[in-house]
Design a binder for this molecule. Structure first.
Ligand SMILES: Nc1ncnc2c1ncn2[C@@H]1O[C@H](COP(=O)(O)OP(=O)(O)OP(=O)(O)O)[C@@H](O)[C@H]1O
Ligand SMILES: [Mg+2]
Length: 341
């Protein structure tokens, strides 16, 4: 291979919350999906962690954007710029002088419309992709946790990300039944913001609400094991704008995110109902796999196991399941005919 025809193969989990890039089966980049622009020149000022620090901080000429909303590209230009900057970041770290031609596999929500699918494809091409493939997220998650997706055996994945919850039954290299709902981690965060406004009269930002979720979030009002300590935050009182200290416990958070979890349960139920009986039998036997950042919510797998009478299990490293599976797909673009071009 000549020097100038160098090709780089990358697998990209373009998530609502985080973008992960893998190369040769290794995670080489894991950054929040945020990009910051200079409003005056439209230049990219920062991307990833650096841009997230600027997020919601309010600045005269800095505009921070999360290009994905509900699992899909909401701002096409920002998504493209973000992808381009992240890929540049990799090349800079490797001190590469010339931008190599790229072969990319990018994951997309299983409920993506044709327009949304095309938007991801085009962003990949605009960011330098010569060969761009796409894979449905739950399929990638299944591969990522080591399931044999080509086997004639039904397996169910519930991937709770930031923007979407993807539920799918996979068998024979295809998706037999699926549901993709726009209720996931970000919705829990919104529930928490709303709850603090209503119950405590305090306004908090998205980042503080997410901290509350991670520190004292729970799917159950009563946790037997690993119950977290109370968590203290400061917010501005809505009446007099004076600082207020608030102590929050997990039971309170379980109460305020309950309605969103109920919606996820409903979607799981609908998917199970639509599952052919033979595959349903496999699922009862194998259990259901929970992936994505939402899988880390305390008490969730127990709540779902009790609710459905089927064992819900959280594999190691659920946050990276989709990315890992996308990386496996990258190596198998010739024999995984479920990839989308
Ligand atoms: N310990 C935790 N407890 C609860 N939620 C968590 C935890 N850690 C991360 N999360 C949440 O998980 C979500 C991010 O998960 P993930 O990285 O799987 O999403 P994504 O792939 O970027 O989004 P999507 O797949 O919807 O596009 C965020 O909403 C984050 O707040
Ligand atoms: Mg995801």
């Amino acid at each position: 291979m000549g020097f100038f025809s160098f090709r780089q193969d990358l697998a990209i989990d373009l998530g609502t919350a985080n973008t992960i890039i893998m190369k040769d089966g290794q995670i080489i980049l894991d950054e929040p999906s945020v990009v910051a622009f200079d409003k005056r020149t439209n230049e990219v000022l920062a991307v990833g962690t650096e841009a997230r620090k600027m997020y919601e901080k309010g600045h005269a000429y800095i505009e921070t954007i999360r290009p994905l909303k509900d699992g899909v590209i909401a701002d096409f230009n920002a998504a493209e710029q973000m992808l381009r900057s992240l890929i540049k970041m990799i090349n800079k770290r490797n001190r590469r002088l010339f931008a190599p031609s790229l072969k990319l596999v990018i994951c997309i929500p299983s409920g993506s419309t044709e327009v949304e699918t095309r938007a991801v494809h085009d962003s990949g091409e605009q960011a330098g992709g010569r060969e761009v493939y796409m894979i449905f997220e739950p399929m990638a998650a299944a591969i990522g946790i080591g399931l044999d997706v080509l086997a004639p055996e039904g397996n169910m994945i519930v991937d709770i990300g930031g923007g979407t919850t993807e539920i799918a039954v996979i068998s024979y290299g295809g998706i037999a039944t699926k549901q993709s709902i726009r209720i996931a981690g970000d919705e829990f965060t919104m529930d928490i913001m709303e709850h603090l406004r209503r119950a405590h009269n305090v306004r908090i930002g998205e980042r503080t609400a997410e901290d509350i979720k991670i520190n004292v979030g729970s799917a159950l009002k009563e946790l037997n094991e690993d119950a977290p300590e109370e968590y203290t935050i400061w917010g501005a009182d809505q009446m007099d704008t004076l600082p207020r200290e608030i102590k929050i416990n997990y039971t309170e958070i379980a109460g305020c995110i309950d309605k969103s979890i109920v919606k996820i349960e409903k979607a799981i139920l609908d998917t199970l109902e639509a599952t052919p009986p033979e595959l349903y039998g496999d699922i009862v036997k194998n259990g259901i796999y929970l992936t994505g950042g939402g899988a880390l919510l305390r008490g969730l797998s127990k709540r779902l196991t009790d609710r459905f009478g089927i064992a819900f299990q959280v594999p190691d490293d659920p946050l990276h399941a989709v990315a890992k599976g996308t990386a496996v797909a990258l190596k198998n673009t010739d024999n995984f005919n479920f990839l989308i071009r």
